[in-house]
Design a protein around this ligand. Structure first.
Ligand code: SF4
Ligand code: SF4
Length: 304
């Protein structure tokens, strides 16, 4: 976590607003993000920073052709890893085919809420995990140690279904990374994290893997937890040269059915769109969105 003294600027918002935003050069395409199911999801979590849900097709589901084209383009640029996100990637009709194609090119991480991973899918993923040339990692999101805590964010009766998805993966030989967004403050503290580990161990996950993320105060989260304050925006001088590499957007790009974006967080920000395809987006960016403040100050990266 980076310490920046914003106290002066809290009282001098106009002075701060007049400063230019920092420019972040693009280093190399290490990571390709694919918004495979757009903003379509089987859940409508209250903290979702791109407001996904069953009826939100603001970014439509990507076609197989769009996905394969982006993968091929990324391959020519030497991509080192690929992430699938949405929405819920396991809602994609061709999910198995696109997983197999991706694993011919690079290691793959899939971000999911775990609910659609039934026995058949878990067994198939386990088999694929064991025999593929590159690694396959699954990240399952869960936002509480108890049903009460989780369901308050992810929706009624989701806790048990998520746990079932996690256990199916575990039994199929995959130890998923459990991703926790710290909407409940105590989950961001050491004690909360220990309790989370203990809960997973009590369910039979002997070596829990956990990733904790601070919420981005945009999308639906803006209505749940509140939006950014005026001073919460990066300005020139906040970012030291050697800190640029810590930001995933110095080496990642996101492709959706609607074009290319700097990262998975800003796909609903029209001004953030960088072009029609991946090659249009391999350039530096201005860190002029409040969400960039969370990435820098909280040290958040969506990568595993
Ligand atoms: S946070 Fe994830 S699971 Fe929840 S609505 Fe958004 S995309 Fe779907
Ligand atoms: S939101 Fe974060 S990852 Fe996206 S452009 Fe800003 S700093 Fe980079």
């Amino acid at each position: 976590m980076v310490e920046i003294n914003f106290d002066h600027f809290k009282n001098n918002a106009k002075e701060r607003a007049a400063l230019p935003s920092p420019f972040l050069p693009f280093e190399h395409l290490d990571t390709l993000w694919l918004q495979v199911t757009g903003t379509v999801c089987n859940l409508a979590c209250l903290h979702c920073f791109i407001s996904c849900g069953p009826k939100n097709d603001s970014h439509p589901v990507m076609s197989k052709t769009q996905i394969f084209d982006a993968l091929e383009e990324a391959d020519t640029h030497g991509v080192k890893e690929v992430y699938f996100t949405g929405g819920e990637p396991f809602m994609h009709d061709d999910i198995k085919e696109i997983i197999l194609r991706t694993l011919e090119i690079a290691p793959l991480n899939i971000l999911t809420n775990g609910i659609l991973i039934d026995d058949e899918m878990a067994t198939w993923l386990g088999r694929t995990f064991r025999k593929s040339k590159y690694s396959l990692d699954i990240r399952v999101s869960m936002d509480g140690i108890t049903a009460e805590e989780n369901d308050a964010i992810r929706g009624r009766k989701t806790y048990g279904k998520i746990i079932c998805g996690i256990l199916r993966l575990w039994e199929a030989g995959i130890n998923p990374v459990i991703t926790v967004t710290t909407c409940h403050d105590e989950l961001g503290e050491a004690e909360g994290r220990v309790r989370f580990i203990e809960m997973l161990k009590s369910r039979g996950i002997s070596k829990p893997r956990l990733k904790f993320l601070s919420p981005f105060k945009i999308g639906r989260e803006e209505h749940r937890g509140g939006g950014y304050e005026v001073h919460e925006i990066l300005k020139e001088g906040d970012l030291m040269e050697d800190e640029s590499f810590d930001l995933q957007c110095s080496s990642c790009r996101m492709v959706t059915a609607k074009g290319a974006f700097p990262c998975p967080i800003l796909i609903e920000v029209e001004e953030a769109r960088m072009g029609d395809g991946l090659s249009d987006s391999l350039d530096g960016i201005l860190l002029d969105h409040p969400a960039c403040y969370t990435c820098h100050v909280e040290g958040v990266t969506c990568r595993t």
